[in-house]
Design a protein around this ligand. Sequence first.
Ligand code: HEM
Length: 517
Amino acid sequence: MSVGLLHLDAINPTLCLVLTAAFIIVNRLVAGKARFLPPGPRPLPVVGNIFGIRVNEPWITYKEWAQIHGNIVYSRLFGQEIIILNSEEVAKDLLERRSYNYSDRPQYITTDLFGWSFHLGHHSYGNEFRQKRRQFHQAFHTKAALKYRPIQLRRVNQLLVHLLETPENYVNHLQTLSASIIMEVTYGYDPAPNHDHLVALVERATAMFINENTADKAIIINALPFLQYIPHWFPGANFQRKALQCQNLTAEMIEAPFQYTKQSIAAGTAIPSMLYDLFSRMTEDDPSYELLMKSSTATAFSSGSETSSSLLKVFVLAMLFNPDVQRKAQLEIDAVVGRKRLPDFSDRPSLPYVEAVFRETLRWCPVSPLGVPHATTNDDNFEGYFIPKAGATIVANIWFVAMAQNDDKYPEPSKYKPERFFTADGKLNDDTVGFVFGFGRRICVGRHIADATAWAAIVSILAVFNVTKAKDEHGDDIEVIPQWTDGVTIHPLPFPCCFEPRLRGMTSVDLSQMMQS
Ligand code: HEM
């Protein structure tokens, strides 16, 4: 017999009953309050909200949910709890102000199956994450990123030459620009302008990982983990075959450029790069440090290319549809820089309208619409809602923050209007649209490199070319109806357009004179 019952026996039985009932009620109320989950769409048993989601463009579904349920929405896909944050303020409250609890990442079995667990963006919040994040910080923090500017300007000059020579291949040229910058910054490797072996390798491995390992498949395999053991030779096991193929490609993507730099260092021909710096910090032969270096550099290389070129494709589309904006930015460049030389980074503070064009491009179509999901480490309570632990997925709905229809911050959000970044007295405001690079301890580590690459490309294209509509065989404008890719990173599908030199009849000699002035 317990001490409690002995004690109860000793007092009035009615009072006992009342006290017990009261205890149960209060207990339930407290527990109920603590587990008051954020509002959200009603889930089906077992599968949750899987049928209500547009799998390829979840941000569209999330927008509809946000309009019904508000700034914080709870949903469930199989056993996976997903909390969507639909306002910048709420995202900052949780992911930044409580970053100690919101800096983990949800773990998916498929990341491993596809060979992508090397990537910093997938790491749990632990020691390996911290070590790698430190390596990135050393290479790419605000000041360290400055040393890569000459590379960025040189590569942007090459872009201008390519656009002058073969403007119809502009999509390819934009991709080459971002791939070549990130390859040189990371490995000191100078890729060929077309069909470079290493660039092709990273493009194939990344595309395969993103296109085949979609969120729905990742969640289903997490819910039914036995599926991962189906062998790749089993009839119908297409997913497993693709995973194996991707694993092999990815292993080569990690190894080949690493060996290139290692051999260049041994031969004394290496040029400064992230990997070169990491090698120079290595005090003795340490295989675990070498593994860290390999995965950090492969992370940089595979994250940096697609995002930056996507942003530039968005810029070209925006210019095509907004000739007045283009003209205004060009007049500013002409007034500050003149027509004889190209702008460089020292001109940036004197070009506020170009700055606003850059910010509006980041906002108008956030190329990473849902960022990378965070995960919780512990239970939490926020504004009366219970946020569960054990890896609840936390999605910052960057797309909705940028495009929120009801938000005073960006009125008429679907319009491309750089003017929104100016105060009433004509000064640039302090909104740098930083949220497109994510939040808190997991904020994008490459943002300073990305910022400089995109700004340099935007200002240089504006200085040299008019982006105009392409003409059909009758000389009429070809109208463009934008179509978008889906996935983790989005961008407009290729569309016809012209890059007309602003200097009529410009030759490559004229262009190189501008570059040398
Ligand atoms: C326009 C260009 C870019 C955009 C819009 C972008 C956006 C983002 C976003 C939204 C995140 C998720 C942040 C979060 O979890 O809160 C992220 C993470 C990351 N980005 Fe970028 N990014 C860009 C360019 C780059 C470049 C150039 C690099 C490499 C040099 C890079 C490397 C990474 C890495 C490694 C992570 C994972 C960080 C972590 O998990 O701790 N990104 N990026």
